[in-house]
Design a protein around this ligand. Structure first.
Ligand code: COA
Length: 214
């Protein structure tokens, strides 16, 4: 059993050692998330200290997964602050401690982060991940769209890894009515057909993704 929560800066400070432990465990387990193993405790701590200031200033959203009273997973959103990109945010540091993996925690965090993004008015999300890692499989499962691959993007203990860039609208946009669909419907009713289309997109509607309970 686990729960997903959104933490403010003060709440995050209270669990900073647990966040640092999740980061340390993931890096030492071979994850390509900015750091190289072995990750010193102080370095993990300093990373989260820096994140706290962004949280306090409203530039970030932090979600955690807690199990047995401990933080075992986390994900962040960095909200773009440039005037021309207030609709966009980057998903960062999806991390699940090795002891809590393969229970659906990362999937729940990703669904929750999409919901949080929508609530913050962010309709375009993007992220990058190491090619061939478990997270790549997860993002594809959740409908993230691959943009491309940058070769040798990040250093690893033995060589380099390529990175895959993904984006997603944090809604499942569905085409409600294409001109062709309208024409078919009208024809069935015996009404007049609208002008034949050349394949226009029609109107779209968005639907927020549900957050899975733990
Ligand atoms: C990637 C990571 C977050 C997944 O966490 P998790 O809680 O174990 O993932 P979930 O249990 O929610 O798995 C959801 C889906 O992800 C995929 N997945 C997760 N782990 C996988 C693995 N080891 N191999 C292949 N696919 C995997 C599967 O599609 C899975 O769905 P399924 O169980 O129906 O097959 C975790 O392995 C991790 O923290 N890795 C190190 C940090 C990292 O690389 N983060 C990504 C930064 S971009």
């Amino acid at each position: 059993m686990w729960t997903i929560s959104r933490l403010g800066a003060e709440e995050a400070r209270a669990v900073l050692p647990e966040l640092a432990e999740v980061l340390r465990d993931c890096v030492d387990g071979g994850a390509s998330v900015s750091f190289l193993p072995p990750l010193a405790w102080a370095e993990a701590w300093r990373f989260w200290e820096r994140m706290l200031s962004g949280l306090a200033e409203g530039q970030r959203i932090l979600l955690t997964a807690q199990q047995g009273g401990q933080v075992v997973g986390t994900v962040m959103l960095e909200l773009s602050s440039a005037p021309n990109s207030l609709h966009r945010a980057e998903v960062q540091k999806l991390l699940v401690h090795r002891k809590a993996r393969r229970q659906g925690i990362a999937e729940a965090l990703m669904r929750a982060v999409e919901k949080a993004a929508l609530e913050a008015g962010r309709t375009l999300l993007y992220l990058d991940t190491c090619k061939g890692c478990a997270a790549e499989t997860l993002y594809r499962k959740l409908g993230w769209v691959e943009v491309g691959i940058i070769p040798r993007f990040a250093k690893q203990p033995r060589g380099f890894c390529d990175t895959v860039i993904f984006y997603k609208h944090p809604t499942s946009y569905v085409i409600r009515k294409t001109p062709d669909a309208k024409r078919e419907k009208n024809a069935k009713r015996g009404g007049r057909s609208p002008t034949p289309s050349t394949g226009g997109e029609g109107s779209v509607s968005g639907r927020a993704m549900p957050v899975h309970p733990g």
